[in-house]
Design a protein around this ligand. Structure first.
Ligand code: ZN
Ligand code: ZN
Length: 227
């Protein structure tokens, strides 16, 4: 079963009597217990989000234009449930959970600057927090990275439900470089987004950074959609 419905307000009954219940096994305490976290990490596969091939290291042999990419896995099963609850319940505490999962799968990256893809302001308003920025902030704390809002959203382009062609057209003009932030050519810029669906947002973000003469780019995603 896939969770693609926006604005789902179903509440986990266990959350009414306890602060959190594990989305994997239902045990009380954390939104993801240690065992279920271990399960996700052990089953983690790095996938090229563009051609969906399993990649051994970080570069896809088929997609040479794509920077080194890291993902937790396909958007399915428990990972899909966590993303759904984080975005549409919405469960703020999962921001920290995702940061810990990413910390477990990412290699050491020196002098890294995290650049979360900007979220539409209407989504921030409805959730009460900026979901990609929150994960980036927690991850930066764990890794001693910097977070910079190097990309800005030009308008409230809403991608949910849009077809692939429309998404690419929307994304093309959705982001702009924040020129108030000075970029460093020695640093590695980690573009971070939650899910790669059509890839329209991330491809635009990569293009914008390259246009700003940024060469060291890495892509980090929570999950890749199979479609
Ligand atoms: Zn569990
Ligand atoms: Zn590929």
């Amino acid at each position: 079963m896939s969770f693609i419905v926006k604005n789902t307000t179903l509440i986990n009954p266990l959350d009414l009597i306890a602060p959190h219940s594990c989305r994997g096994c239902g045990s009380l305490g954390d939104p993801l217990c240690k065992c279920c976290k271990k399960y996700i990490i052990n089953n983690h596969i790095n996938i090229c989000p563009n051609c969906k091939t399993k990649i051994k290291h970080n570069k896809c042999p088929n997609c040479k234009n794509l920077p080194p990419t890291y993902t937790i896995g396909f958007r399915e099963g428990l990972l899909n449930k966590l993303i759904h609850d984080y975005k549409y319940q919405p469960t703020r505490a999962l921001g920290k959970t995702f940061a810990h999962l990413l910390d477990s799968i990412l290699p050491n990256i020196n002098d890294a600057i995290l650049v979360p893809l900007p979220t539409a302001t209407n989504h921030i308003r409805s959730r009460g927090f900026d979901h990609t920025y929150l994960i980036a902030k927690h991850l930066a704390r764990l890794r001693k990275y910097k977070v910079k809002k190097l990309l800005l959203r030009t308008k409230n382009t809403v991608q949910v439900g849009s077809d692939k062609k429309t998404r690419f057209l929307q994304a093309e003009n959705a982001f702009t470089i924040n020129h108030t932030i000075k970029s460093s050519h020695q640093s590695t810029y980690i573009l971070f987004d939650d899910v790669w669906t059509t890839g329209a947002s991330m491809k635009t973000a990569i293009k914008k950074l390259k246009e700003a003469n940024i060469k060291n780019i890495v892509v980090v995603l929570l999950a890749v959609s199979r479609i």
